[in-house]
Design a protein around this ligand. Sequence first.
Ligand code: S3P
Length: 445
Amino acid sequence: MSGHPTPIPMASQSAGPLKGTAVIPGDKSVSHRSLILGALSVGETKISGLLLGQDVLDTARAMAAFGARVIDHGEGNWSVNGVGVGGFSEPEDIIDCGNAGTGVRLIMGAMSTSPINATFTGDASLRSRPMGRITDPLELFGAKSYGRSKGFLPLTMVGARDAHGINYTSPHPSAQIKSAILLAGLNSLGETTLIEPEKTRDHSERMLRGFGANIETVETKNGFEITLEGRPELIAQNIAVPCDPSSAAFPVCAALIVEGSEIFLPNIGLNPTRSGLFTTLVEMGADIVFENNRLEGGEPVADLRVRASSLDGIEVPSDRAPSMIDEYPILSVVAAFASGKTIMRGIKELRVKECDRIDAMARGLEAMGVKIEEGEDYLIVHGQNGEVEGGGIAQTHLDHRIAMSFLCMGLASKKSVKVDDGHAIATSFPIFTNLMSDLGAHITS
Ligand code: S3P
């Protein structure tokens, strides 16, 4: 992924209602963590439903490079024979995390308190993303990092010997920062405490507890205080990865805006730290029924039934942003079809995702004839009451979610929608085009 792969131009156009069942691939966040925690455990972790996206495959390769035995048994079933906390060996070559911010940041955290060195790189998107937000706290553990100026990848991390736990208040609402620190805290003496002012996705905390770590979260006046006891023995687990709500968002939103659609999505992860988009869509008037609500592997899960709906723009509460941070691109598309304005504030983290997502959505929406207003930390989309012109080309900047969002737009706009490059879709949702086509969508490359 890290060279300059040939762009794959793609296009979509309306072709009648979406109908049928969409089986969504495994959750990307849980998939990365399953491999990393499996690698840090004693014994054999068995994973079913692992996402076979390039981001996760890069993490699997990285875990093997650090000494774990990672085996692909086919059809999303994997096993990881771990090396135990503190057992990582030094990789012989550069760790290439491709497009994956989660992969590189969590792995840096996990190795930063072992006395080994590792050099990390990634594709053009990952090489332009800030790493100081991770390396600054990891240096408090005693690790050292040597990156390009401004700390960009490629970057060499020199792991700390005999690290001690730290106390850190995260300046950004970021589960990647939180998780990197907790993973570093595993091989540190004493406790590591992390305060996050706003609650972000909590898969790391849930999974660390599941693997046997002593970790607790308390709500204080400063935010959520998470304390992990260092040097636990993590014990291998069996993990069934839930279906990714962030991937489900694309067919769900497409079905809402394509007239006459009705689709069913079984087994969608609905962890409350991830489900903000669904809350927002229901507030806009979306017909989404959550059936068979249950807990699977400690994560809330439900089956979703979605019918095309006429939607009203709303103001999305800014404190909901962490629970739907990856969903603003597709929400912006839905907002274009709604009536009235949809106001999204408190979203400046979108500027440091796989690309600057506020800018990418703003430019793409304008190219499709949609009026927007944009600021450093907000985007306002003026709804077109179901009548979006389309007909333009959206630039995707190696960002899977920008590509999929605009391809969903083309399924309901008057003219077809093109994206300059869809190859990044394979990082998180490799079966996107086939799955959408099976529902009746017209997407070509
Ligand atoms: C993720 C955290 C989020 C999210 C990303 C996955 C994770 O990033 O955008 O897709 O699995 O921890 P930030 O931590 O930068 O908000």
